[in-house]
Design a protein around this ligand. Structure first.
Ligand code: ADP
Ligand code: TRP
Length: 324
């Protein structure tokens, strides 16, 4: 079984990214072959600062490793280290109906958020399909919002197989963790960097404590009264970090009354801070050892590229790009 996923280096990682994508990626690297990459071509669809892209790319590599992606188990690389992916994206584009791209939610969402409707943003799912198919992936761990892109990938793989004959590509499956499919943001909407409602995985203790204290939305139930558990953002977030008993205790304390939201937020912070303790310590080491991090990316790129070239050779032949 081969697993693959990518994350865009478009900002600071948040716990939605962690529970939606990274956590399963860490688990899956023990269960088969794993290809994990930093989607820097994809990030260019919405970012124009070269310095920022460079900085985010290395930071994301550091965060990947800190969160437990392990170069002994997984191939970790940056998307642009294997530029062959663009050739495959082009080939896939030739069988990709416009309507398929027009139906993609993420394009419409990005436009609604004010990003300029450039061609790359529109064609983004074809590049994502190329990422997945270039490495012959069986399964793709992603958050729910990326599921449609994996469906597009299956469509395009099927079209290539139908058009050019045979089993050129296998059809990949998305892996969605239904429990944490959509992590709520501090305001209760989906957590997303574009909504400014995120809880970062990494950062300094004081500002993070403040974020939880000030930004997690609650109602105005007085301290002594019972508090609603339905729709509670504190509880939804606490559940991600706390043990089952701790979580049940907090639910009971909501129902009983007599405990204020300030205390619940403090408990939430403590559980969150503890949850990422080991990752934070590892991150400190990685920041102090940048050569190790670039080494991981260089190694990963070489291994990924080898695999990519095997696929691309097969595809080039199948579609008629090799004539001698
Ligand atoms: P953002 O919405 O902050 O821009 P991305 O779109 O870059 O995040 O998402 C990167 C990965 O993290 C994707 O696999 C996505 O599905 C997952 N993800 C992002 N936000 C959440 C969330 N709130 N809940 C679950 N998964 C998420
Ligand atoms: N589109 C994904 C996101 O925004 C990133 C991505 C690019 C990806 N290529 C991929 C995810 C291939 C999984 C597989 O989060």
């Amino acid at each position: 079984m081969r697993f693959l996923t990518g994350l865009q280096p478009s900002g600071q990682l948040h716990i939605g990214n962690y529970f939606g994508a990274i956590k399963s990626a860490v688990e899956l690297q023990n269960k088969g072959e794993a290809f994990y990459f930093i989607a820097n071509y994809h990030a260019m669809t919405t970012m124009t600062s070269a310095a920022q892209l460079r900085e985010n790319t290395i930071n994301l590599a550091i965060d990947f490793l800190a969160c437990g992606l392990d170069p002994q188990k997984a191939i970790i690389f940056s998307q642009s280290a294997v530029p062959e992916v663009n050739e495959l994206a082009w080939i896939l584009s030739t069988v990709c109906p416009m309507g398929l791209l027009e139906r993609c939610h993420s394009y419409k969402d990005k436009i609604a958020k004010g990003f300029s409707p450039n061609h790359a943003l529109f064609a983004y799912p074809a590049l994502m399909a190329a990422d997945i198919l270039l490495y012959n992936s069986d399964a793709v761990p992603v958050g729910k919002d990326q599921k449609q892109h994996v469906e597009v990938t299956r469509d395009l793989a099927g079209k290539i197989n139908d058009t050019f004959g045979g089993d050129i590509f296998k059809l990949p499956e998305p892996i969605i963790n239904e429990v944490t499919a959509i992590v709520p943001g501090l305001d209760g909407q989906k957590m997303s960097k574009s909504y400014g409602n995120t809880l970062p995985i990494f950062g300094e203790e004081k500002p993070l404590r403040k974020i939880i204290n000030k930004k997690v939305v609650t109602d105005a139930t007085p301290l002594e009264d019972p508090k609603p558990t339905e729709g509670s953002i504190i509880l939804a977030l606490y559940k991600l970090f706390a043990t089952a008993e701790q979580y049940d205790e907090m639910v009971e304390a909501h129902k009983r009354g007599g405990v204020g939201y300030g205390q619940f937020k403090k408990d939430l912070f403590e559980a969150y801070w503890e949850y990422f303790r080991a990752a934070r310590e590892k991150r400190e080491w990685l920041v102090a050892n940048p050569d190790y991090v670039t080494g991981v990316l260089t190694d990963g790129a070489a291994r990924a590229r080898e695999e990519a070239n095997i696929t691309l050779t097969r595809v080039r032949e199948a579609v008629g790009l090799v004539w001698h």
